[in-house]
Write a protein that binds this ligand. Structure first.
Ligand SMILES: Cc1cc2nc3c(=O)[nH]c(=O)nc-3n(C[C@H](O)[C@H](O)[C@H](O)COP(=O)(O)OP(=O)(O)OC[C@H]3O[C@@H](n4cnc5c(N)ncnc54)[C@H](O)[C@@H]3O)c2cc1C
Length: 419
């Protein structure tokens, strides 16, 4: 059964119905979840995709966001006021799933994770009651929602703090794979000294075979830096030019001044719905030369043009919150890594999965134990979830016991209720 909710009353009815009929319940925000936790067989999907209102308060710089919004819905609404909330890098992703497990993207080094900007959430709990969680009412629930995923109830709306972002100097710069070792060595040192407003994620992937990429480079394996500078125009250009000067001549350079809104949906067309995905993640603290060698060796075996490895920075502002301040625990990692086997041919799905698994097994010894929950699949096991939440796991388990003792909300990276 799919309950297409129009408002909080529908969500309350759906939760009560699912609980009373002992159904497995999946909560669907944007439907982008890797393991597919936004859906469930033989159970109830609480589909929030119709609850998509956004209200911006430009004076207070706050934004009220319906739980079914994509990040693109919100960017569209905030851009008119020169504001943005730090979300991810593909605008078709749901705000709810992204935020509840952390949420990292271009503005993260400057303004933190999405959860660091979450002021308040409206929540329907397992017994059908409605609560508002903020720093004065149910502060423990707000703490759990800041990284603990969909374990604690159905969030029906979010209140975020927004920040200035209008025109950024941004875009992808591509080098051939033969230059990757040099770029990666430079990149690990660069990031440690880059100002917060300069965010650059690194990818090992393939030049897409289509416009606007020059035909002579289609299908080439590459190392890409996706730069984004959200500072004064002159500073931004100077900073990206310094990167250009430090590195070999790229084969493609699309970086320049663009509206933040255009940056946010730049890659939507490359990842349409319906593709086969298998991904694995890790938190990464350092990138020694030996790890770089493994990355390059594994990336060279990529089975499809859409598959990729990305290293997303999670330092700067993210590091300035204490580990215990939110349920998201890993405040000392430098990157959140994802290895994603992606393709359109169903027959290729096993090869995509095998490549991602092999790559991860080879690189994991260099990484931390846990991973960004939004880059984990449904086959990781409880030890990985514990490693991800570290010292916060106990507190999350106790709050799960308080807010969802029967584990009604278990179609997720599940935290078990703990006495
Ligand atoms: C192409 C692509 C790009 C991505 N890029 C980034 C990125 O740049 N940064 C980043 O941080 N992540 C990124 N992600 C990961 C993304 O954050 C996760 O896949 C996330 O789970 C998607 O959220 P959703 O609402 O779309 O998913 P859904 O499938 O709708 O929901 C996922 C899960 O979230 C929980 N949930 C959803 N809505 C609610 C709610 N209202 N209340 C309670 N629980 C809820 C439930 O447990 C649900 O099963 C990307 C994913 C994709 C596919």
């Amino acid at each position: 059964m799919i309950a297409r909710c129009a408002d909080v009353a529908d969500v309350i009815a759906a939760v009560n119905f699912g609980r009373d009929n002992r159904l497995a319940i999946a909560i669907r925000g944007g439907g982008h979840n890797g393991p597919g936790f936004g859906s469930v067989d033989d159970g109830l999907v609480i589909d929030l995709s119709m609850m998509r209102g956004v209200r911006v308060d430009p004076a207070k710089r706050t934004v009220r966001v319906g739980a079914g919004c994509t990040t693109g819905d919100v960017d569209h609404a905030t851009h008119a006021f020169g504001l943005a909330i730090p979300f991810g890098v593909v605008s078709t992703t749901g705000v709810a799933g992204l935020t509840l497990s952390g949420g990292h993207g271009y503005l993260g080094r400057q303004y933190g994770l999405a959860i660091d900007n979450l002021i308040e959430a409206d929540v329907v709990l397992t017994d059908g009651t409605f609560v508002v969680a903020n720093t004065t009412d149910s502060p423990d629930l707000l703490w759990a929602l800041r990284g603990g995923g969909g374990n604690f109830g159905v969030v029906t709306s979010f209140l975020f703090e927004a920040h200035p972002a209008t025109t950024v100097y941004a875009g992808p710069i591509f080098w051939e794979l033969k230059d990757a070792a040099r770029i990666m060595r430079w990149y690990r040192d660069f990031q440690a000294s880059a100002p917060d407003e300069f965010y650059a994620f690194l990818g090992l992937q393939t030049v897409p075979s289509g416009d606007p990429f020059p035909r002579e480079h289609w299908g080439k394996k590459i190392c890409v830096l996706l730069v984004s500078h959200n500072g004064a125009a002159a500073d931004a250009e100077k900073a990206v030019n310094a990167v250009r000067a430090a590195l070999p001549e790229p084969i493609i350079d699309f970086a320049g001044p663009i509206p933040y809104l255009a940056l946010q949906d730049m890659f939507d067309g490359l990842y349409p719905k319906g593709l086969h995905w298998y991904w694995k993640g890790d938190f990464v603290k350092t990138l020694p030369d030996a790890a770089i060698d493994v990355h390059i060796e594994q990336a060279a075996r990529v089975p499809s043009d859409a598959s990729l490895m990305h290293l997303y920075p999670i330092d700067g502002s993210v590091h300035r919150k204490a580990e215990g301040e939110t349920a998201w625990n890993c405040r000392d990692a430098t990157w959140s890594m994802v290895i994603a086997g992606i393709g359109s041919d169903p027959g290729q799905a096993p090869a995509l999965k095998q490549w991602a698994k092999n790559y991860w097994e080879a690189i994991h010894p260099f990484d931390l134990g846990g991973a960004y929950p939004n880059f984990m699949k449904d086959d990781e096991g409880e030890a990985r979830i514990k490693a991800t939440y570290g010292d916060n796991y106990q507190r999350l388990g106790k709050l799960k016991k308080k807010y969802d003792p029967g584990n009604l909300f278990r179609v997720n990276q599940n935290v078990r209720p703990m006495a």
